[in-house]
Design a protein around this ligand. Sequence first.
Ligand SMILES: NC(=O)c1ccc[n+]([C@@H]2O[C@H](COP(=O)([O-])OP(=O)(O)OC[C@H]3O[C@@H](n4cnc5c(N)ncnc54)[C@H](OP(=O)(O)O)[C@@H]3O)[C@@H](O)[C@H]2O)c1
Length: 389
Amino acid sequence: LTAPKHVLVTGATGVVGVEVANRLAGAGHAVLALVHRNQSLVLNNGKRLSTVGGPDPAGGTIACVRGDVTKPRLGLDAADYRRLQSSIGMIVHCAAIVDFGRAPAVYQSVNVDGTAAVLALAQAAPDGPPPLVHVSTAYVAGERRGTVLEEELDVGQRFANAYEESKCRAEGLVREAVAGGLPAAIVRPSIVVGATRTGAIRDFKTIYAVLKTLTEGRVRSIPAYYGATLDLVPVDYVADVVAHAALRFDDAVGKTLHAVSAAPLTLRDFSDVLAEYPPFHVPRFVPPETFDVERLPLLERKYYDRIVSLYESYFTRRVAFDNAATLEFMGRAPAMRLRPFLRRLLDYCMRVRFLGRPLPDVGTVLADLHSSDRPGGDGASADGVVAAT
Ligand SMILES: NC(=O)c1ccc[n+]([C@@H]2O[C@H](COP(=O)([O-])OP(=O)(O)OC[C@H]3O[C@@H](n4cnc5c(N)ncnc54)[C@H](OP(=O)(O)O)[C@@H]3O)[C@@H](O)[C@H]2O)c1
């Protein structure tokens, strides 16, 4: 009798990786979670996953292996590396540097060389290469306009940043390995945001940093087209697509799957919904041809350079990610309607005070009104919001 093989999940503490690891363990797989600096597995809803010790988890459980995709043998000693290689029956590769603004060498080392290291692990496995699910990004399309097909990769596009370029090169390596006989499926999420039903997100990174800068009025105008499209996809849908690709690998092998929203949001939608929130500043979208960064006030310019400029090109792109193969594979798009979903994301951000200051509820307003009737009452609530009369 041979022991059941493990599923290795890299980037298993990440926003996507932990959700995938949880789904695979939930389906009865023995999961080896490759952890790097952070070692706690916390789901998007804040729940911590329990893990078991040792390199040999039973079905339905998760064990952590500490490693680094930039190091030789993933940072493991020779014996542990060999044991890992012979024990894994599948790899789900989620590890990457996702935030923008790092030195190009960082993306090369983690995203490109790290993917090469994961491929090398698979290719030298004693029983032949195990299946690989590689998590890429829809933005390997770079600054392409129009409709991007799932099977397309390098069509000579320009990239907006070193992250996009590195993910495109990493996907290119996976495709080369596939041509050499590695069984693989590729999943390309767009911009990963909060959960479909609750809007909750564990980490406020990427687009959330821009959202904060803009809604706080730290940058009041940006170069953008109201017709530009932003593709925001709920984290649970992305994790479902990645986990399904692993669980139903025979159906997924050879496919590239765009894990994207039901339809992209235009900046017009974005602007209209922001305007519904009194605490938010709504940025002015200025056509790039007439925008002059030199004319921004000094402090605004600093925020612009540090945060908004990294995402600038996302506000001018008109791109749609075709997801025919994903719809066929999953049988569904994310269950979201665009503007209500954006409101859900914003409501969550306000509830946890990442954005804005929540307006007082009716009870608080009435209590404040009554307190203003009393001698000494001034109608101000505890957090300084003056009640409307
Ligand atoms: N988030 C998005 O909007 C988005 C959109 C499209 C595609 N994707 C893709 O989805 C995948 C997962 O993204 P995510 O949002 O879950 O990212 P994340 O939350 O930033 O997680 C990244 C994971 O990679 C690990 N990692 C980083 N450097 C590593 C190294 N040298 N060795 C081993 N592990 C390392 C991190 O561990 P430590 O924190 O301990 O370093 C973390 O567990 C990535 O491939 C990303 O490109 C993400």
